[in-house]
Design a protein around this ligand. Structure first.
Ligand code: CTP
Length: 409
């Protein structure tokens, strides 16, 4: 039986253009056997009619704090829910929830519940990056609320940027996980996780560098997933992306800088995820001034960079889980197995970077996870966030069974 079957899910929908996607979320939850009770804000009904939810959900839409049959609908909803999901969650709903203000049925239900809460923000980038919203999200994360997304992409009015509602599939999967975790979803709470993201840049001169195609998306997906599961996250990154609430961000450029920052952060880490694409070679002697065309084609001598994963593997503290990656263009399993043993990692997440819709810059990925005990686990094409979920599921399960074995000794 899946974890959604028979579960009472309050589906809160607030007033944003992404409200239309809540219809798909509702349908998917019902299809999975959940009992869905839609709670719409007044704003939501400007974007989507309540009739649609009345027809698809398990109960009619509720909107009012002052019901004729039930004098306290928010406490009834809050107390009987197995999970409260808000998708989309506007800046207003997030702010009210963080501040404990119950100005409508949805925010009152959020405050009245002890069930796990999954919040899926959707708003314009300027709003998502506003310090008030960042602080409110950080407050909610600290309280154990599951934040899903937002993703980057096309927004209302044709703008592009961070703030787009996560996909219905990702949201429904997150509700399943929140329920699986028995309400404390924080199955990584208390763990310190270091993630590296992006491709390093090795200077040739002050304006040019040797780089690679890494976008940092997979690394950020790991950081977001770990944070949403309660981990304390440090991201060592070469790319600028919207700050992840509650995470420590260390910005670096070169392999050398990434090696130093990662080694420092990894000392205290329970899990280290080397998702960055680190340059293997760098110019021996970068020019101090811009190389001029008139001086002819330069011969650039290269030298190897430090192998960060290999040195983390060689000095791994007891109990630390080390996850490496393998970007391959052929013999993925063979090359990845060599990296797993050669670099002393516990897992290698391998992908064929030439495959369609997978690897650099895509929002999706398809990987093969190799574990140091010989297990292999293929993860089919899905969002980078779902790939991160699958890998972290494996990491958490293995850490838990290791801890249980230690305890029983
Ligand atoms: N890596 C690292 N430091 C390097 C190069 C790679 O820490 N100087 C890490 C990457 O972050 C990744 C893993 O090692 O987790 C494998 O990286 P990949 O580029 O696939 O392999 P390489 O070790 O560079 O080997 P090759 O380029 O020959 O495939």
């Amino acid at each position: 039986m899946n974890s959604l079957a028979g579960k009472r899910i309050v589906l809160g929908v607030s007033g944003g253009i992404a409200a239309y996607k809540a219809v798909e979320i509702c349908r998917r939850l019902v299809d999975a056997g959940a009992h869905v009770i839609p709670v719409l804000t007044k704003g939501a009904t400007r974007f989507i009619g309540r009739t649609t939810f009345d027809a698809l959900a398990s109960e009619p839409v509720q909107m009012s704090l002052f019901d004729e049959d039930d004098p306290i609908p928010h406490t009834t909803l809050g107390q009987t829910a197995d999970c409260v999901l808000v998708a989309p969650a506007t800046a207003r709903v997030i702010g009210a929830y963080a501040a404990g203000i119950s100005s409508d049925l949805l925010t009152a239900t959020l405050i009245a519940t002890r069930a796990p809460v999954v919040i899926c923000p959707a708003m314009h980038t300027e709003m998502w990056e506003h310090p008030a919203v960042i602080d409110n999200i950080a407050t909610l994360v600290e309280r154990g609320v599951h934040i899903v997304g937002p993703e980057s992409g096309r927004l209302a009015g044709g703008d592009e940027g961070a703030g787009r509602l996560s996909s219905p599939a990702d949201i429904v999967a997150a509700v399943g996980r929140a329920l699986d975790a028995g309400g404390q979803l924080a199955d990584m709470a208390g763990l310190s996780v270091v993630v590296t993201a992006g491709g390093t840049r090795e200077p040739i001169d002050p304006v040019r560098y040797i780089g690679n195609r890494s976008s940092g998306k997979q690394g950020y997906a790991f950081a977001e997933e770990a944070a949403s599961r309660g981990a304390k996250v440090t991201i060592v990154t070469t790319v600028e992306r919207p700050d992840l609430a509650g995470a420590t961000v260390v910005k670096v450029d070169t392999a050398q800088e990434m090696a130093a920052a990662t080694a420092k952060a990894a000392k205290e880490a329970d899990v280290v995820i080397m998702a960055a694409a680190v340059a293997d070679f760098r110019p021996v002697d970068p020019a101090g001034v811009k190389l001029k065309k008139r001086d002819g084609v330069p011969a650039i001598e290269l030298e190897p960079t430090p192998d960060i994963l290999a040195s983390l593997g060689a000095s791994k503290p007891e109990g630390q889980t080390l996850v490496g990656f393998a970007a391959e263009t052929c013999d993925v399993a063979g090359n990845a197995a060599a990296k797993l043993s050669g670099k002393g990692a516990d897992y290698i997440v391998a992908n064929d970077v030439t495959a369609e819709n997978a690897g650099f810059a895509y929002d999706t990925n398809e990987v093969l996870v190799l574990a140091s005990d010989g297990r292999t686990h293929p993860v089919g094409l899905r969002s980078k966030r779902q790939v991160a979920q699958a890998v972290l599921d494996m990491v958490v399960a293995d850490r838990t069974s290791r801890a249980d074995t230690q305890e029983n000794k």
